[in-house]
Structure formats: C-alpha cells, structure tokens
Design a protein around this ligand. Sequence first.
Ligand SMILES: C[S@@+](CC[C@H](N)C(=O)[O-])C[C@H]1O[C@@H](n2cnc3c(N)ncnc32)[C@H](O)[C@@H]1O
Length: 232
Amino acid sequence: MSGRGETRVKVKSRKRRTASSRQWLERQLNDPYVAQAKKQGYRSRAAYKLIELDSKFRFLKKGAQVLDLGAAPGGWTQIAVKRAGESGRVVGADILPMEPMPGAVLFQADLLDPATPALLKDALGGPADVVLTDMAAPTTGHRATDHLRTTALIEAALDVAADVLKPGGVFVGKVFQGGASGELLKRLKAMFRDVKHVKPPASRAESVELYLVASGFRGADAAAPYLGKGKT
Ligand SMILES: C[S@@+](CC[C@H](N)C(=O)[O-])C[C@H]1O[C@@H](n2cnc3c(N)ncnc32)[C@H](O)[C@@H]1O
C-alpha cells in the first residue's frame, strides 16, 4: 500500500501541541494503512501486519485455536477471528480494557501477573495452534530499561506458549532492536523447528520492531528447561 499520488495533510502548529504530537498526528493523517483500517472497520492499522504475516506464512487456518496477547484495541484479534472462522476459538488479553468482539473471548489482564496464564489456558479450553504477541511496554527512553521490559514481555509470552501450544504449533511475536538475540534466540530454537525474523511492509520503516514467526513447536519437554524466563 502506498500514499503516492495522494495529497499530504500538514498539521498547523498550535501553542499547546508539542512538536512530537504534531508529527504523530501528521503521520496518522497521511498513513494509507490508517485510512484503509478505518475504511475496512479494523480497530488498528496493526491489523495489516498480521494480514501480511499470515499471507506469507499461513498459520491462521480455519478452525484454529488462537491466543492473542497484547490484543488491544483488537486489530489482530479481528483478523484471527475472521481467518479461524466459526469453528475456531480466539482468546485475547490486554492490560487495557477492550470493546467486546463477537467471536472472541477477551480479558483485561496483565501477562506479567502470575494468575494470568491459567486464566487464558482455561478460556482456551484445549491446546492452541497459534500464540500471537504484539505486546509492547511503554518506552522510557532509557535503552537498557526498555530492552529489559520488552524482553520480559516476550519471555512471558513464550512461557504461556510453552504451556498451551500443541506440538507443531506456531508462535508469532514482536521483538525490538535487531530482533531476538542471545538467550532468547537459543530458547526459540530449542522450542521451535523454524525461527524467522520478518519486517512486514505495514511495520513502519522507522520503527525498530521486527516480528518473529516460530513454527513447528517441539512440545512441552523441549520447552521445559526454559520455563520461568518471563518472571521479572
Ligand atoms: C501495539 S499494541 C497491540 C495492538 C494490537 N495487536 C492490535 O492489532 O490492535 C501493544 C499492546 O500491548 C499491551 N501490553 C503491554 N504490556 C502488557 C502486559 N504486561 N500484559 C498485557 N498486555 C500488555 C498494551 O496495553 C498494548 O495494548
């Protein structure tokens, strides 16, 4: 999707609008994905990232059981519900409240709260085919702190995946700053047969985010030595 040939909107400076909020607003107004999401009734432009990832890797099959972590406002959940169809099951969770969505079971829950994984597992009612995480912690600007926070979130999501995924299952997750490295990559490779880093076209070029698509879950025994890495 491209904004070429369209008129760019410029936002006038107002006293109370900071330079960064003006830039954000200008980017939103000129972003073809934002316009398309509005037109198609998606709750976020992020929906297109999942569409692009799934169009390439085809992990959202009809009848799939899907867990969506960091789901608010619900763009990914909408895509998961649509692609899994009526025979599928989609459970979503976010620390923020979400508007109800037909076809999905949604929870307001912190994934770093030790009680959350059991709640989600219960709602799934059986093993999952796919675990998605688009979770992102608010950034502080302090590189080391931000890195620790985002790593804790993906590790916690992997703990949940290790517990709920069926053998052969798929994990799709957001990572930052060059992707999974060191211990995280070691863990992913121990848990999954195939691990890929992808930058979907809908992910803004200036964003340091990347997505992991890890497929072929090797099962609970392979994941066991790494459990608990998500505890902070
Ligand atoms: C980029 S947004 C997700 C967008 C979503 N995929 C969509 O398509 O609408 C990241 C989300 O992660 C959530 N999040 C951050 N930390 C979390 C935590 N500890 N537990 C649950 N959700 C969390 C945020 O509240 C935020 O809504």
